[in-house]
Design a protein around this ligand. Structure first.
Ligand code: AMP
Length: 630
């Protein structure tokens, strides 16, 4: 078997095993079933509710997981879920999430929803996908997931059943009793029937009570777009999901591995890549706390958790690496072989600091929801290039296309990264057909094969892919396009800077002006003036030098650690308008900036007692900002 060490190996592996492989499952149900047959009594998925290194944990063996997945699938079918019907999960990480994810795919289509979203956004996704069944949390002290889901369901008549998971069951018995007393009461104003997860599952058999899915079809809806605006729903097929799992089992993991994965399963990195690869290879998946890296005490206990489970792979994202690096390695982590990082750019400086602090290599990879996930990764057992997202994985073709001429770029030239792979569902990436227009470059046959990622990048002479920017996220200054990545990488190279988010702030003359929000490494106290001087010295294009830099205690981030730019845009709109009001003596202020599904970002303006409305309207006429009275 060829090892994945170089670009030539990637091609050789693909030649050795044409896609689809003959000896690999074709649906996730068959993948889970195969894991039970091959690794039955071995540890499959492990979850602990709290972060302590000796805290109570529950492990499902692969055989137990398979039985519960069959029960969940039977339950969903009994509630009317057919192959094209949707079961949504509004769940944080827990073993029930894994069971629901695979069970829903066996019966129909799973739609994992981020439980951190607001009720209105959850309702939007439930409506758009037409979900019939929702699996969510029962009320818990200190968590509002149940309440938000209930509020969302008020406006979603398509949901007929809600199945509740009680995380209190993971507590020791005395804490469970206390949690029972402290459980918040909830007003339920929706019509859906509410069921209890373990009771409903117990009534079902551990063999599939219906014909297992036999052909390729859509198996999941993952929402994305959190960094650029309102979530979009992308659909993935069994074949794409199995492809990701196959890559992992083929080039990375085996049943002796243990993956420490504090990443959410409502995102493709956790669900499709990590859980999929674990199930294909028999490696154990460990999930510390429902909120993963955001869970209380997870960073402080992290190295001890690695020791507890003898983890071999650490699955991570740049923001988590930055936090981990600030804690001493206070446990025996000799079991660890490698850290795998993805989902956002890993600053080169951070890469170096982490390798020095933890004595561990980081293998950076690149994927996106629209490609089912995996696109490229540095070879785990071959040379890793810092700053590069690695080599396209076997059966994935990366083409760099000049956005203007639509010609393929030569080696080293920057263009839009376009991807063809078994994970790309040509012509059908998003559930909303209109969003698929202009999303592909055709292959030689004219089929819409190469997905336009909206990322800019280049391939080097060894075939390594470098992401250099984002065409989907440009700052447009007076008709001139500025790539925020240029500003971000320049500022991130400053030793006191941990993370940067560059956006366009509204401007009456230029439309947008570049501005940057910065999070410092802990203990640093560099001034904005010093950062501005650094920006001027290191950003070559004058127009791209930010007009404004602000240091925030922490940048807003998504659940997988990407800087959440919509929140920065809201800050910038409020700041720019309030300044304009002050300058013109307008007695008004921005009370909130909110995202509206149809209108985009809307500024809500509060009137002061001395407001002259006509003057305010004159000021607002200079901007292209949508606004309303608060
Ligand atoms: P999502 O599907 O929401 O996870 O977003 C996918 C996007 O995340 C990609 O299109 C990239 O813009 C970005 N991304 C993923 N991995 C990396 C990486 N290693 N470096 C830089 N950007 C990344």
């Amino acid at each position: 078997m060829v090892q994945f060490i170089s670009a030539a190996d990637s091609v050789a592996i693909a030649a050795e095993t044409p896609w689809p492989p003959t000896d690999f499952p074709t649906t996730t149900w068959h993948l889970v079933d195969r894991a039970a047959t091959r690794f039955g009594a071995r540890r499959g998925v492990t979850f602990q509710l709290t972060s302590g290194p000796r805290a109570r944990a529950e492990t499902l063996t692969w055989a137990q997981l398979r039985d519960q997945v069959a029960q969940a699938a039977n339950l969903f079918r009994s509630l009317g879920i057919g192959e094209t019907d949707v079961v949504a999960t509004v769940l944080p990480n827990c073993n029930e999430m894994v069971v629901s994810y695979f069970g829903a795919q066996a019966a129909g289509i799973v739609c994992p929803i981020n439980p951190l979203l607001e009720a209105e956004q959850i309702a939007g996704i439930l409506r758009e996908t037409g979900a019939k069944v929702v699996v969510t949390l029962k009320t818990m002290p200190g968590a509002d997931v149940a309440q938000k889901t209930a509020a969302a369901l008020r406006d979603v008549p398509n949901v007929t059943h809600v199945i509740e998971v009680d995380l209190a069951r993971y507590l020791p018995w005395f804490k469970r009793i206390i949690a029972g007393f402290m459980r918040p009461k909830m007003d339920v104003a929706h019509q859906a029937q509410v069921l209890d997860f373990p009771t409903a599952l117990a009534g079902q058999g551990t063999q599939l009570a219906f014909d297992a899915p036999a052909t390729d079809r859509v198996a999941s809806y993952f929402h994305t777009g959190g960094t650029t605006g309102l979530p979009k729903v992308a659909q993935q097929r069994f074949s794409g999901i199995l492809y990701n799992a196959w890559v992992g089992a083929h080039i990375l993991f085996n049943e002796r591995d243990v993956m420490m994965c504090p990443l959410p399963l409502f995102h493709v990195f956790g669900a499709v890549v990590v859980l999929g690869m674990a199930t294909a290879s028999g490696a154990e998946l460990v999930m510390p706390t429902p909120a993963g890296y955001r869970g209380k005490g997870v960073f402080d206990n992290f190295w001890k958790l690695i020791e507890r489970y003898r983890a071999t792979f650490l699955i991570t994202v740049p923001t988590a690496i930055s936090a981990l690096m600030q804690r001493p390695v206070n446990a025996d982590i000799s079991s660890l072989q490698l850290a795998i990082s993805g989902s956002a750019a890993l600053p080169v400086e951070l890469y170096r600091r982490f390798e020095a602090a933890a004595g561990l290599s980081i293998c950076e990879g690149y994927g996106m929801t629209e490609a089912t996930c995996l696109i490229a990764v540095n070879p785990p057992r071959g040379p890793k290039k810092s700053g590069s997202v690695g080599l396209p994985v076997p059966h994935t073709q990366v083409k760099i296309v000049d956005p203007v001429t639509q010609m393929q770029c030569v080696t080293g030239e920057v263009g839009e990264i376009c991807v063809a792979s078994p994970g790309v569902y040509g012509g059908h990436t998003y559930t909303e057909a209109a969003k698929n227009a202009d999303l592909y470059y055709p292959d030689r046959t004219g089929a819409p094969a190469f997905l336009r990622t909206g990322d800019l990048g280049k391939l080097d002479e060894d075939g390594y892919l470098f992401i250099t920017g984002r065409s989907k996220d440009l700052i447009i200054r007076g008709g001139h396009n500025i790539d925020p990545a240029e500003i971000e990488s320049a500022l991130a190279a400053h030793p006191d800077v941990a993370f940067v988010g560059a956006i366009g702030q509204p401007d009456p003359h230029a439309g947008e002006l570049p501005c940057a929000y910065v999070e410092l490494v802990s203990g640093a106290d560099v001034t904005v003036e010093a950062l501005m001087a650094h920006a001027k010295a290191t950003i070559h294009e004058r127009a791209a030098v930010p007009k404004y830099i602000e240091v925030l205690p922490e940048l807003p981030k998504t659940a997988v650690g990407k800087v959440f730019k919509p929140a920065l845009r809201k800050l910038a709109i409020a700041r720019v308008l309030n300044r304009a009001f002050a300058a013109e003596g307008v007695d008004a202020s921005v009370v909130a900036v909110e995202e509206d599904r149809k209108r985009g970002l809307v500024a809500f303006i509060g009137k002061g007692p001395a407001l002259k409305e006509a003057v305010l309207r004159d000021v607002m006429a200079k901007f292209t900002i949508t606004w309303d009275w608060a």
